[in-house]
Design a protein around this ligand. Structure first.
Ligand SMILES: Nc1ncnc2c1ncn2[C@@H]1O[C@H](COP(=O)(O)OP(=O)(O)OP(=O)(O)O)[C@@H](O)[C@H]1O
Length: 219
């Protein structure tokens, strides 16, 4: 699914100061492309992901996802967009603590109104955690929790994945194995991915590196 960001502007007020975080951002992302979004702390990476997820609205500009302008959608339509089209993986995993690994994966199907237990289990198997299906997040290591989160984000077949520093909470070796799994899945399924990272080595695996500098995207 292709994404076209046009003249995107977003400011925040901090006391009496106005911060122009996104300043006429333009970005074209091809269907199935993997973009690494880099930028120093405070440059607006998370703000940009929030806009792409429809969790926050820009002051101006458009975000066209397959001919649909997210900035024009109602809150209800944005919820549906997220449920059907978007997988999200966060730095802090964000698994539901009182659900097992399997139930966490199944959740993304339930939100979409259909329970596909077979596919949910298949995805746990693909991330190497079939034998941990009945375990709760607290019983899993950080790397295992992130693998569950990847299975949850991708199992229902979203065309777009947003990943916000998915290895930020993991040691280097575990982080590398998570990235290998993530890239393998995303490339196999031809998913469009925007990956926020501070890690140059990781970013080099993407199809294209985009840097946020001074509120603009440079690639
Ligand atoms: N809700 C908000 N209210 C006020 N300022 C905000 C808000 N959200 C973000 N900002 C400011 O916007 C700027 C960009 O923040 P953002 O979180 O997008 O940066 P980032 O590139 O993701 O940073 P990091 O790498 O540290 O996570 C920062 O100066 C931040 O303080």
């Amino acid at each position: 699914m292709k994404i076209s960001v046009k003249n995107l502007n977003k400011h925040f007020l901090q006391g009496k100061n106005t911060i122009n975080v996104l300043n006429d951002v333009n970005l074209e992302i091809k269907s199935g492309e993997i973009i690494a979004l880099l930028g120093k702390s405070g440059s607006g990476k998370t703000t940009m992901l929030s806009m792409l997820a429809g969790l926050d609205r820009p002051d101006q500009g458009s975000i066209i996802v397959d001919d649909q302008d997210l900035t024009k959608l109602s809150e209800e339509a944005l919820c549906e967009y997220r449920a059907k089209k978007l997988g999200i993986v966060f730095q802090q995993f964000h698994l539901i603590p009182h659900l097992t690994a399997f139930e966490n994966v199944l959740l993304s199907f339930e939100i979409n109104g259909h329970e596909d237990k077979e596919t949910a289990m298949k995805w746990l198997e693909m991330v190497g955690l079939k034998d941990r299906a009945d375990h709760y997040p607290a019983m899993l290591s950080g790397g295992e929790q992130q693998r569950v989160a990847i299975a949850r984000a991708l199992s229902f077949g979203p065309p777009v994945l947003l990943a916000d520093e998915p290895t930020g909470n993991l040691d280097v070796e575990t982080g590398k194995s998570i990235i290998d799994i993530l890239f393998k899945m995303v490339r196999e399924k031809k998913i469009t991915m925007i990956l926020v990272t501070h890690d140059d080595e990781l970013a080099a695996k993407a199809d294209r590196i985009v840097r946020l500098i001074g509120g603009k995207c440079h690639s």
